[in-house]
Ligand binder design. Structure first.
Ligand SMILES: Cc1cc2nc3c(=O)[nH]c(=O)nc-3n(C[C@H](O)[C@H](O)[C@H](O)COP(=O)(O)OP(=O)(O)OC[C@H]3O[C@@H](n4cnc5c(N)ncnc54)[C@H](O)[C@@H]3O)c2cc1C
Length: 306
């Protein structure tokens, strides 16, 4: 990006207070706690602010990308020469309950939406309570766990295209399948979604959420930075099992390690660079391909070339 200062000055009026950082460490904005810097990190003040910001950036051919809570992202060490636009929890994170439906903004965290649902005695979102992402990121990824996925609860999604038009699509038109949605192809910004749940018993819902949280704590390396399961589940296999069967649990490259608790997780055990993570990913991919003939595809979205 040629003129960072001028771009920052032009988009500052469209940002939330304190929501514009130049030369921003993306390690600080992502759950992996590693990776390079973004020329500009921006949190729009509103949907209107977002529309004005993307219009300016498009007109001036400044590259930009979107993020939510940064729990499925790895920025390469070279960083991102453009504007990273985040759906903020304060400016785009409203949650509204109406009967058995919840309407929420993209920046609302899944855990807050799940807690709201539980408090209202609405069942169906317990699976999502421990996924550390925003609603926008969960729609984008069709996030899922413990037999549930966003596809099962979404009614509709509002998004904004690159020229500021707002589009509302029904869930069946979102191309939702395992960790896939049309937003991975169309480049739109997810603004929010409507979720439909069912009436249930608050105590039962909360007990289920506690049980799933206990399962996560027992089986996942939650005390280390990571982006969750590093690889997608290949058809007919489990990535973690393939990795474990290759004897790769605990394998380390620099500060990155295949978790010895859950082989599907790559963790940052201190001072990892994104290059460490990517080099480790390649060793895992080559070893599993060699041994089982299965090419593991990263579920984590890697920004930058590698
Ligand atoms: C400890 C841990 C456990 C996890 N467990 C699970 C799990 O059980 N199941 C699961 O599915 N995932 C899991 N994840 C991964 C991650 O939490 C999910 O993929 C989540 O949905 C990502 O949401 P996010 O807001 O953090 O998205 P980000 O990481 O910020 O972004 C992910 C992708 O979505 C895009 N995106 C985000 N917001 C928007 C928006 N508003 N508009 C357009 N594009 C957008 C980004 O460009 C990026 O490509 C886990 C991660 C961690 C760290």
């Amino acid at each position: 990006m040629t003129d960072i200062k001028a771009t920052a000055a032009a988009i500052a009026p469209f940002c939330a207070g304190g929501g514009l950082i130049t030369d921003c460490s993306m390690a600080e904005q992502t759950s992996f706690r590693c990776g390079g810097r973004a020329a500009i990190f921006a949190v729009p003040s509103s949907e209107k602010g977002l529309a004005s910001m993307t219009a300016f950036l498009s007109e001036n051919r400044v590259p930009f990308m979107f993020m939510g809570n940064g729990s499925n992202l790895l920025f390469t060490d070279a960083g991102y020469e453009g504007v990273v636009i985040k759906a903020g929890p304060d400016t785009m994170g409203d949650i509204r309950v109406d009967g058995d439906t919840i309407t929420a903004g993209a920046g609302a965290s899944l855990s807050r939406i799940s807690k709201t649902a539980a408090a209202e005695g609405l069942t169906g979102l317990e699976f999502a309570s421990g996924i550390p992402g925003s609603l926008g990121g969960a729609v984008f990824m069709n996030a899922g766990a413990y037999g549930g996925e966003m596809k099962q609860v979404l009614v509709s999604v509002r998004s904004m295209d690159l020229i500021g038009n707002i589009i509302e699509r029904k869930a069946e038109d979102l191309g939702l399948s395992y960790r896939k949605s049309i937003f991975q192809e169309n480049g739109e910004f997810i603004l929010g979604a409507v979720i439909r749940l069912e009436r249930g018993d608050r105590d039962t819902i909360e007990a289920k959420m506690r049980d799933l949280a206990a399962q996560r704590t027992a089986k996942q390396p939650l005390s280390f930075p990571s982006a969750g399961s590093f690889f997608k589940r290949p058809e007919g296999y489990f990535a973690g099992k393939l990795i474990e069967d290759c004897g790769l649990k605990g394998l380390r490259v620099g500060g990155a390690q295949v978790s010895s608790l859950h082989a599907g997780f790559v963790i940052n055990c201190g001072g990892a660079s994104a290059t460490d993570v990517i080099d480790l990913m390649k060793v895992v991919q080559e070893t599993v391909l060699d041994r089982f003939g299965v090419m593991l595809e990263p579920e984590v979205r890697i920004i930058g070339s590698y």
